[in-house]
Design a binder for this molecule. Structure first.
Ligand SMILES: [Mg+2]
Length: 295
């Protein structure tokens, strides 16, 4: 499979009468916790000298990136939110640690720019802000660290079993905001790329666009399902007007097992949307806290 283009999505010819989109990071692969806890967070601690409040920093960073409604959001607003929550935690003020400055990071996050290393580097050059320079240094270090040191994380076994179950019955596609190249590497590395018709990454547009391009005029709306682990996935399903099955953060294996054993058949039989879906979505939304102490 070579790199996918938008045309590949548009010209996808159905081989089945139903379509299932699956998110990759944190959904098929248990990569969220590893990426955040072993790579992102230690580098925050080191870059901003927060060793004295390591426990509190990890607590807020895990809340923002894994357990809150903001799970799966862009790294820069997530960093800003982490820094803003840090002083509210017990023991931080008493530690005497110098807390990170956030004024320029906030301005960058609210600038309307596409948030990424390229636009951040341009802002560092334009403003000369040492605060932003430090954020950029951290962000580049995170990329290097993950590329060099992150061990491959295997997919959830029940996710693979579910994809196998779909063979010949539904057209499956990866619907992701991870760069295409990384997606192809991960799916090939674990030998599961052949279980999906297409692998769509961030270069091909938003998740809702992926679904629209790949399905429009080819499948009935009630024959399309998106599976994901973050509120952004649910929003994409809503935008595309298709059904959603949540992979519950922290209970991913059990969520996939239920999908494999029960939900997929119900979806095929037209008995998933409605009460069953609503109940699962309510539980999913409840499990992602809006306030730290709600957990
Ligand atoms: Mg995800």
């Amino acid at each position: 499979m070579s790199l996918i283009t938008r045309q590949d999505l548009v010209s996808l010819v159905p081989a089945a009468d139903s379509f299932v989109g699956v998110d990759s990071d944190g959904c098929v692969f248990d990569t969220m916790r590893v990426k955040q806890c072993l790579h992102f967070h230690p580098l925050i601690i080191r870059h901003w000298g927060l060793e004295a409040v390591e426990a509190q920093l990890r607590e807020v960073a895990e809340f923002v990136n894994l357990h809150s409604r903001h799970r799966g959001r862009n790294r820069f607003p997530a960093l800003l939110q982490t820094f803003e929550l840090l002083p509210t935690r017990p023991g931080v003020a008493a530690s005497g640690v110098t807390l990170p400055e956030t004024r320029d990071l906030r301005a960058y996050c609210e600038s309307g720019l596409a948030l990424g290393n390229a636009s951040l580097a341009a802002e560092v050059a334009r403003t000369g802000s040492p605060e932003l320079a430090k954020v950029l240094e951290w962000s580049l270090a995170v990329n290097r660290e993950i590329e060099r040191n992150m061990e491959p994380v295997p997919p959830f076994p029940a996710a693979v079993a579910s994809l196998r179950k779909m063979q010949g019955r539904s057209d499956a596609m990866v619907v992701s905001q991870t760069p295409e190249e990384a997606l192809l590497r991960e799916w090939r590395q674990h030998g599961i790329d052949s279980l999906v018709r297409v692998i769509a990454g961030q270069e091909l547009g938003s998740k809702a666009e992926h679904i629209r391009l790949a399905t429009e005029g080819r499948y009935a709306k009630d024959r399309i399902l998106l599976i994901g682990d973050a509120p952004g996935d649910l929003a994409a399903a809503r935008e595309a007007g298709v059904a959603f099955y949540p992979i519950q953060p922290g209970a991913e294996g059990a969520s996939w097992e239920r999908f494999h054993d029960e939900i997929y058949e119900r979806f095929l039989a037209g008995r998933y949307r409605g009460e069953l879906e609503r109940g699962l979505l309510e539980a999913f939304e409840r499990s992602l806290a809006s306030e730290m102490d709600e957990r």
